[in-house]
Design a protein around this ligand. Structure first.
Ligand code: HSE
Length: 428
């Protein structure tokens, strides 16, 4: 029997999620067992980008969370109310909940999770932090056997975009913010992003998972990027740093109090977070015994966030299936046939090749001729110098089928003028 979803909200994330769920070929087979049963929207008249029957839509969101047919409520309306009340009502009606709502979870997590535990249902929130990056599930599961020391994140794409541009262009905050707003990278009211509030919501959630305790949002120290000047960015650069808005949760030892904070921070060029630029997010988790693990990817956007929302839905569907199938469909092996693997000769890639040749006229011409005969187009050819008597020639190709490249190389190898081919590497 299909698992029935009641989706609240069909904005950017809701639309992305419905599109993903309807187009399930090539994704996890359990997605085919999901039925989009009801969709709650603000207006029935708005044109939609998804193919769903008109009778699925309602403006009565409460009727969805109380509908006995609905198994999972997917809250994608955002904001505090009515999202909080609808989540609580869904829980009281025994429904599992998936939400992308960091604001509600960071403020009302205590109330919501207490209610969920009492009702014996799950509230899933992978999409609430860092969009498409799976970080909630790793913290709850795979990494939870570690003692976590630090979670350090670039978890706000808007501020990372602004700081990256200030760094690259030497621009000042106000000008870059105005341009980011014009281009749609920053909201008309940028407060939540540039003052660090969005990042504070997210680190509060990450800290509670990493350090196993609820976090009061008001205890999270929060400083945004309005005061970051181009002068500071330039000085930081001279000293070997970039400035990033970091969200940090840290515990020096298991009995020490937590430090949870958001502030602009100088990050050494060599640090893994220093190269996270533009709207991208990354979260570096440090623990014992694992050491450092970094998660990187798109922190926002319809498709990325839909991926996170749908992964939560999938987990809940598996949970609901366990009772009928006696095994967890996410843990059992579901493959019964071998995949077809492409032969390496069919690989299309660029190659870097270093030749040692005798120093004779026409050698480079001959290389070019043989490569040309097999359709290998060259991106660059340089003679880099000599090794003793032998000339060193380095060639980088354009994309070529490996089989064709090998044939050209076999001919070239047999030339008298070619002494050896000491290096052959693929170029990404
Ligand atoms: N406003 C957020 C950001 C995206 O700029 O990263 C949603 O969490």
């Amino acid at each position: 029997m299909a698992i029935k979803l009641g989706i609240l909200g069909l904005g950017t994330v809701g639309t992305g999620t419905v599109q993903l769920l309807l187009d399930h070929t090539g994704r996890h087979p359990l997605l085919a067992e999901i039925e989009i049963y009801r969709v709650g929207v603000r207006s029935l008249d708005k044109p939609r980008q998804v193919k769903l029957a008109d009778n699925l839509f309602t403006t009565d969101l409460e009727s969805i969370v109380t509908d006995p047919q609905v198994d999972i409520v997917v809250e994608l309306i955002g904001g505090l109310e009515p999202a909080r009340s609808l989540i609580l009502q869904a829980i009281q009606c025994g429904k599992h909940v998936v939400t992308a709502n960091k604001a509600v979870i960071s403020r009302f997590g205590d109330e919501i999770f207490t209610a969920a535990n009492q009702a014996g249902v799950y509230v899933m929130l992978e999409a609430a932090v860092a969009g498409g990056i799976p970080v909630i599930s790793p913290l709850k599961q795979s990494l939870s056997v570690n003692r976590i020391h630090t979670v350090t994140g670039i978890v706000n794409g808007t501020t990372n975009y602004i700081l990256t541009r200030m760094q690259a262009e030497g621009g000042n905050f106000d000008d870059v913010l105005a341009d980011a707003q014009r281009l749609g990278y920053a909201e008309a009211d940028p407060t939540a992003d540039v003052d660090g509030l969005d990042a504070a919501d997210k680190i509060a959630i990450l800290a509670s998972l990493a350090f196993d305790g609820r976090i009061k949002l008001e205890d999270v120290y929060c400083e945004g990027i309005r005061q970051v000047s181009k002068t500071d960015i330039a000085y930081a650069e001279k000293l070997g740093f970039v400035i990033k808005l970091l969200a940090i949760a840290k515990q020096d030892n298991s009995s020490a109090p937590l430090s949870v904070r958001v502030h602009p921070t100088l990050v050494a060029h060599t640090h893994p977070l220093a190269s996270i630029n533009g709207v991208y997010n990354a979260i570096l988790v440090e623990g014992e015994p694992i050491g450092q693990v970094m998660f990187f990817g798109p922190g926002a956007g319809a498709g990325a966030t839909a991926s996170a929302v749908s992964s939560d839905i999938l987990n809940l569907v598996a949970e609901l299936k366990i009772s009928t199938e006696n095994t967890n469909p996410l843990l059992t092996c579901r493959h019964h046939s071998y995949s077809q693997i492409a032969p390496i000769e069919e690989l299309v890639t660029r190659f870097y090749t270093r030749f040692l040749t005798r120093d004779q006229p026409g050698v480079i011409g001959k290389l070019g001729t043989y490569f040309g005969q097999y359709g290998v187009s060259l991106e660059s050819v340089v003679q880099t110098g000599f090794q003793g008597e032998l000339a060193e020639i380095v060639v980088v190709t354009h994309d070529v089928r490996q089989g064709d490249f090998n044939q050209a190389l076999a001919e070239i190898r047999s030339l008298d003028a070619v002494h050896s081919i000491p290096s052959l590497l693929r170029v990404l």
